[in-house]
Design a protein. Structure first.
Ligand code: ADP
Ligand code: MG
Length: 698
């Protein structure tokens, strides 16, 4: 039977309960899934430390010793079990927060154990939380040397599915195999890339025979992963080139020229000019444009969008601009109608809260072409929204839009409209190439003249007093201030309470100023009303969640205070910072945190205080968090689960993978030749259940 058809549930020691947990937590169902669940790191299990030797900076380590006694401590959610673990050089504390009752039966006082865990400093003592303990006999059954460690979740640990348990399941599967694992790459690809056979790779990734074999196994599996990713993307691109024509915007007409000469309030920056030229080339090529426009916050993307729309209009097409939030859509609508004043362009706004009556007016006009430009939110994607001849769609702040939504846009016409996706979250080149292999990328790498870079300062909570004094000076000078609180879904209720308290304490600290508040749970109308108070200057301080993250433009605001900055990602902090520094005044971004921070968080905050360069920040973000995590890919729902390759380190393998994929497709664009049957089959397998890949073809 095929590996993907064999259920792990029937392996001895697994059973339905554990199988359920594995499925829910790590999407492992079949033998194949399990074999492709790779260790996230390796440790040398042959080394056993003495307690005297260890400190809180060490990674996972092994000790050998005995448990002296158990003690239950604390109440309610603080309840825990501790034990003293000792060897002939000293003792260390063990601590458990779950399964307190079972532990003393499981691990007996006085028995010698090999302990595996990560020591940390708590108070002034070293302890190990939830250690793995094995008796020596059980442990050494032929497993010494370098060992893989598998990621496990809380729920897995509670079901006794810790790293070692996964290892045992994998051992069983490998032991059950009667024949080597079937190859997943063509022989010529294996030859050209000098990789080891799949069977060797899988065995060594789990149980390395030597460090050298481990390296070879990693290389093989990374190459394979990236090869199929590239094959997928390039194949879609080829299809697009072959099948899909594009509207021609050959003319630069009155709308564009009149706007440019009469209404444009300032000169374009060189970067803006360059991008407009690129867009003109695309829309003159007879191919459908699919372009990603990256430009840091405040770089003037809106204007580029508007100029592109005018090109569409000049050639008899309609345009649409889509934004991720109502606030942003409304703001675009207002800015753009202002900029277009007197040019005779019919513009409408359509969002979730557009009244029925208003909708009923807009929709027919859209269909008969009376409306030239529609601005809105997701509402724009609904099937009832029909255009006469939609020529260009601008999607602002791409990271909130999913791939599936992008695909919907394509269906608004027989010939798909040109698409311009704008983002302020800069995606590093390696990532852009991998995720958006089918997109061309433009960059605005220059801010409009006269901007002062925002000064970013990290404050500890304790120094709040000093901070407030400086903020008051800004308020006295007539500036406005944002205060942002994190809002994370899991603990939404508690966070809203934090926000409310923040609102009240802000009022108490600045009684002479007016404070308003917005958060995502408000009704859109209510939110807009509060927002409007801040925009008009009626209130001087805005307390908010990250709903203000994208696009909001209040040039008079000069201070952005971010509470619990440690809870935000780098890209998000950079976005928030972009809300200030939009006027001529020196602006400030204040990152407030508690004193104790992890090394990683400290590094993150330091990067922000050191640079304003969004691309640099994105690169660092990629390094610190790993690409699966990067803002924008997860949120946009791109099925992009790299199991082993790491885009920030494996650029070279990626290039090779891309070349190999390109060669295959040059010879056989639709993978129809018999020698490519394996590739086609593998690709199909990878695409099932994922959003990526064929969405554009289907
Ligand atoms: P973003 O790229 O973040 O969407 P916007 O398009 O909102 O940036 O532009 C930010 C601000 O810069 C706006 O107030 C806009 O009017 C202004 N702006 C845009 N282009 C220029 C320019 N070439 N010169 C001066 N100001 C500009
Ligand atoms: Mg913008």
């Amino acid at each position: 039977m095929e590996l993907s058809q064999q259920n792990i549930m029937y392996l001895p020691g697994v059973g339905p309960k554990k199988a359920e947990v594995l499925k829910k937590e790590i999407e492992v169902v079949s033998w194949e899934d399990m074999l492709y669940y790779f260790p996230y790191k390796y440790i040398d299990r042959s080394k056993i430390f003495k307690i005297r030797e260890i400190d809180g900076e060490m990674p996972y380590i092994q000790l050998k010793g005995k448990i002296r006694n158990y003690e239950f401590l604390g109440e309610g959610s603080g309840r825990r079990l501790t034990a003293t673990f000792y060897d002939d050089t000293g003792s260390i504390e063990l601590v458990w927060f779950r399964m307190l009752k079972q532990i003393p039966d499981l691990y007996k006082v006085g028995t010698e154990y090999i302990l595996f865990g990560k020591p940390t400093v708590f108070g002034h003592r070293l302890n190990v939380a939830h250690p793995e303990l094995e008796t020596e006999n059980k442990f050494y059954e032929g497993e010494v040397g370098v060992q893989g460690q598998y990621n496990t979740t809380e729920r897995m640990k509670n079901a006794f599915l810790h790293s070692r348990a996964l290892q045992k399941i994998i051992t069983q599967i490998l032991g059950n195999l009667k024949t080597p694992l079937p190859e997943t790459l063509n022989p010529d690809i294996i030859e050209k890339s000098h990789v080891i056979p799949l069977d060797d790779a899988i065995r060594n990734i789990h149980f390395p025979k030597s460090p050298d074999m481990l390296r070879k196994a990693e290389y093989r599996l990374k190459l394979e992963e990236l090869f199929y990713l590239q094959l997928n993307i390039l194949r879609v691109t080829k299809y697009r080139e072959k099948r899909l024509g594009g509207f021609l915007f050959t003319k630069v007409g009155d709308y564009f020229n009149n706007f440019y000469h009469l209404n444009l309030p300032f000169a374009l920056t060189n970067a803006q000019k360059k991008v407009v030229r690129e867009i003109r080339q695309d829309t003159n090529s007879g191919r459908q444009m699919n372009r990603l426009l990256q430009g840091d916050v405040g770089s003037g993307k809106t204007l580029v969008a508007l100029l592109s729309v005018l090109l569409a209009l000049d050639n008899g097409f309609q345009g649409a601009i889509m934004a991720p939030t109502e606030i942003l859509a409304t703001q675009h609508y207002e800015t753009i109608t202002g900029l277009l004043a007197g040019l005779g362009i019919e513009t409408a706004l359509l969002t979730g809260s557009t009244k029925k009556k208003e909708r009923a007016k807009i929709l027919p006009k859209l269909k008969n072409g009376e409306i030239h430009l529609l601005i809105g939110t997701h509402a724009l994607l609904e099937d009832t929204v029909e255009f006469q001849n939609l020529g260009l769609v601008v999607v602002d702040e791409q990271h909130r839009f999913g791939v599936a939504q992008r695909a919907k846009l394509w269906k608004k016409n027989n010939v798909p409209p040109h698409i311009l996706v704008m983002t302020a979250t800069p995606i590093p080149r390696t990532l852009a190439m991998t995720v958006y292999g089918d997109l061309d990328v433009s960059v605005i790498d220059e801010l409009p003249p006269g901007r002062k870079p925002v000064k970013t300062i990290h404050y500890y909570d304790k120094k709040r007093g000093n901070l407030y004094a400086s903020v008051r000076k800004q308020l006295q000078a007539g500036r406005q201030v944002y205060i942002v609180y994190p809002l994370i879904e899991e603990s939404e209720k508690m966070d809203l309470k934090n926000l409310q308290e923040g609102f009240e304490s802000t009022q108490a600290v600045f009684p002479e100023y007016k404070v308003c508040m917005v958060h995502g749970k408000m009704k859109p109308a209510e939110k807009d009303a509060e927002m409007q108070k801040f925009v008009s200057g009626e209130t001087q301080i805005m307390v908010a969640t990250t709903v203000i993250e994208v696009g909001v433009n209040v040039p008079n605001a000069s201070v952005m205070i971010i509470e619990n900055a440690e809870r935000f990602g780098l890209a998000q902090l950079h976005q928030l910072r972009g809300r200030v520094g939009r006027g001529a005044d020196q602006s400030f971004c204040i990152l407030l945190t508690r004193y104790e921070l992890s090394e990683n968080t400290r590094r993150r905050l330091a990067i922000l205080t050191e640079t304003n360069d969004g691309f640099l920040i994105a690169e660092e973000d990629l390094k610190l968090r790993g690409p699966g995590d990067i803002d924008g890919t997860q949120q946009s729902g791109i099925a992009f689960n790299l199991k082993i390759a790491n885009l920030s380190h494996d650029g070279q393998i990626l290039n090779l993978a891309r070349d190999l994929a390109q060669e295959v497709l040059d010879d056989d664009p639709m993978l129809e030749k018999p020698q490519n049957a394996l590739l086609k089959q593998q690709l199909g397998k990878l695409n099932t259940g994922h959003q990526m890949g064929w969405f554009m073809i289907s």
